[in-house]
Write a protein that binds this ligand. Structure first.
Ligand code: F0G
Length: 405
């Protein structure tokens, strides 16, 4: 295990109690400070004996690999997307397809770290609030670890595939009257009363695993740093995790340039994008977030301030896209590249398109869009936005007639 300490991101206090989720002194957000002195003597090649995936980067992680609870997460493809890039006007574009993780989203990267740490602490019951993917992932890793699991979901707004996964893996699935923010408030209360170990991304060990997406992108691009990385922002931890990974690679001297980190929110659920537009360090929560991209339907993002810091300090950007732009981008990715992502993930591609059109992104930039989840998570949205199956008689002539139309 690499030496590390948990500290308050706001006041810098060292946190001794492993079961708190905010700073007991100032109420601030927590983060892990890694001691990377030993890594400074290493080179990226030294890690390449291990397969591409989260645990290849163990020297950057705060959990002992001997305790790992793993379902072989990470190691997802980085597709060059020439046809899509041509259509959007940024030919040198890539898609990092996180939908090919074990439970179909990037959450598995954070969950392998979070649940492994829970095991180190001897936790018996784990829990989280979720718009769907976090709960699917936690349910799977809790099953693998033999822990009891409770997930708190906003009633009625969770995509079918995600709900099916949480039920399937044997979690206690609790449907909370309210939205994600209400569900998280309840899960946090349970954690504060020590009834469960909380594995939302407010737990600083979660982003530590999520850093691996950036490490993989750098490995896959042979450490030739892209100009920009674009990702959807919901509860806002993933963009923070990517930022943390960038700063750590810089600290050990493996990169000397920083990609412009660019966050995309849905127009109906955009507290971070609105704060960015008014150049503030903090955001104003939204009461009634709404979007077809239910994964990022969040009005009070826990890591919103960290996300803003990540974007400001890398010269990045933040903007919104409409539900219509999200669905169009989702379909474009499918029809041009054969990649099926869920609506929240398509927000990154919709954002790239918008930022090219508005001139924020240059034609010759090298851009990576992180597509966070698999399209099969939310088949209803796909079916609602595709033409229905075509009725066909039992004859070759009938089929020929249809194909010629
Ligand atoms: N994309 C997908 C597919 C997600 O599920 C989420 C978050 C995000 C993007 C945003 O990431 O929150 O780190 O900014 N889903 C959480 C969940 C909230 O409960 O599954 P973020």
């Amino acid at each position: 295990m690499v030496a590390h300490e948990v500290i308050c991101w706001d006041c810098g206090s060292k946190i001794e109690d492993p079961f708190v989720n905010t700073c007991p002194r100032c109420g601030g957000l927590l983060t892990v400070k890694m001691d990377l002195e030993k890594v400074k003597e290493m080179r990226p090649e030294d890690l390449r004996k291990a397969p591409l995936g989260v645990w290849r980067y163990a020297p950057f992680m705060p959990v002992d690999p001997a305790n790992k609870v793993s379902i072989q997460e990470g190691g997802t493809p980085l597709y060059p997307v020439k046809a899509l890039g041509k259509e959007i006007g940024v030919e040198n574009s890539f898609v990092k397809f996180e939908g090919l993780n074990p439970t179909g989203s990037f959450k598995d990267r954070g969950m392998t770290m979070g649940v492994s740490h829970a095991k180190e602490l001897g936790a018996k019951v784990v829990g989280c609030a979720s718009t769907g993917n976090t709960s699917a992932s936690l349910a799977a890793y809790a099953a693998k670890a033999g822990m009891k699991c409770a997930v708190f979901l906003p009633s009625g707004k969770v995509a079918m595939g995600k709900l099916a996964q949480a039920l399937f893996f044997g979690a206690k699935v609790l449907s909370v009257d309210g939205n994600f923010d209400d569900a998280l408030a309840l899960a946090r209360k349970m954690a504060d009363e020590r009834k469960l170990y909380l594995l939302n991304s407010i737990n600083p060990y979660r982003p530590e695993g999520q850093k691996s997406v950036l490490f993989e992108i750098m490995d896959q691009l042979e450490y030739d740093v892209p100009d920009r990385i674009i990702l959807p922002v919901g509860n806002a931890a993933n963009i923070w995790a990517v930022y943390k990974a960038v700063t750590e690679l810089k600290e050990v001297g493996w990169i000397d340039k920083v990609p412009m980190l660019t966050g995309i929110q849905a127009e109906g659920s955009a507290p971070v994008a609105r704060a960015f537009a008014s150049k503030t360090k903090d955001f104003i929560p939204e009461e009634h977030p709404e979007t077809v991209a239910t994964a990022i339907r969040i009005g009070n993002p826990v890591s919103g301030r960290k996300a803003l810091h990540a974007m400001y300090s890398t010269g990045g950007f933040c903007t919104t896209v409409t539900d219509e732009e999200i669905i169009k981008a989702q379909q474009l990715l499918g029809r041009r590249e054969g990649v099926c992502v869920e609506p929240a993930s398509a927000a990154s591609v919709a954002g790239l398109k918008k930022l090219r059109e508005t001139g924020v992104v240059d034609r010759d930039e090298r851009v990576v869009c992180i597509c966070t989840g698999n399209g099969l998570k939310d088949p209803d949205t796909i079916i609602n936005n595709c033409a229905p199956p075509i009725k066909c008689g039992n004859s070759v002539a009938d089929v020929e007639r249809i194909l010629s139309q």
